[in-house]
Ligand binder design. Structure first.
Ligand code: PGA
Length: 250
């Protein structure tokens, strides 16, 4: 099944107006010059920049996403942002269940699932993150952990059009460490089989790899049969690096 690659940038808590808009504009210009790009591109700036980045890339093929949303549409939830608000600001996607949210904010699978269902309700694509810790991998539990996250976090009604899975081993995020290509391919094939237990269109659903993706390892990782793109943190903040990762999918 041919799946178009998705190159996604997770800016995390980085970016003020000047630099963020320049980065987004730079990427939009490059993508515009690319005849028939063989990949889709998504940028997920901090919430403060979603609307202005969406405005800056309007008319380009770049999609804009949030990094989290609340499960409810509106109400007394000080400091939170709903999926509908992200959509209203110009987002088409939202990252959910990133390990930094799971760790820093105590988000469990049920929370992530409720947020992902909110994303679908609002018409956003849910980018649902899963991944094991180093200790879990060393204990031989990586597949069991990821299987439980898939079973617990995927939204009801998930299909290949409205949901993306990102496999991000926690120990590979921001560390410069990555699993071997064999480990990544094996986990992605495993994830696809797990997704297929819930989603009829699992063969078409995109499964991204994330964790220390950079220009020097992108071609190998993105060339794996079940790797359908990348979720890039640190390297997505540098236009040259993010672009170099993307064009390995030309
Ligand atoms: P990294 O982050 O590319 O900086 O390792 C990836 C992520 O957390 O999405």
């Amino acid at each position: 099944m041919a799946r178009r690659k998705l190159i996604a940038g997770n800016w995390k808590m980085n970016g003020l107006r000047t630099g963020g808009l320049a980065l987004a504009g730079d990427l939009a210009t490059r993508l515009g010059l690319e005849a028939a790009a063989g990949f889709d591109m998504l940028v997920c700036p901090p919430a403060t920049l979603v609307a202005s980045v969406a405005e800056a890339v309007r008319g380009s093929a770049i999609a804009v996403g949030g990094q989290d949303c609340h499960a409810r549409e509106k109400g007394a939830h000080t400091g939170d942002i709903s999926a509908e608000m992200l959509r209203d600001a110009g987002a088409s996607h939202v990252i959910l269940g990133h390990s930094e949210r799971r760790q820093d904010h105590g988000e469990d699978d049920a929370t992530v699932r409720a947020k992902a269902e909110a994303a679908l309700r609002a018409g956003l694509v849910a980018v649902v993150c899963v991944g094991e810790t180093r200790a879990e991998r060393d204990a031989g539990r990586a597949e069991a952990v990821v299987a439980a996250q898939i079973a617990g976090s995927l939204p009801a009604g998930a299909d290949a059009g409205n949901t993306v899975v990102a496999y991000e081993p926690v120990w590979a995020i921001g560390t410069g460490l990555t699993p071997t290509a064999e480990q990544v391919q094996a986990m992605h094939a495993f994830i696809r089989a797990e997704v297929a237990k819930k989603v009829a269109s699992a063969g078409a659903l995109r499964i991204l790899y994330g964790g220390s993706v950079k220009p020097s390892n992108a071609a190998e990782l993105l060339g794996l049969p079940d790797v359908d793109g990348a979720l890039v943190g640190g390297a997505s903040l540098v236009a040259d690096d993010f672009w170099a990762i993307a064009v390995t999918c030309r």
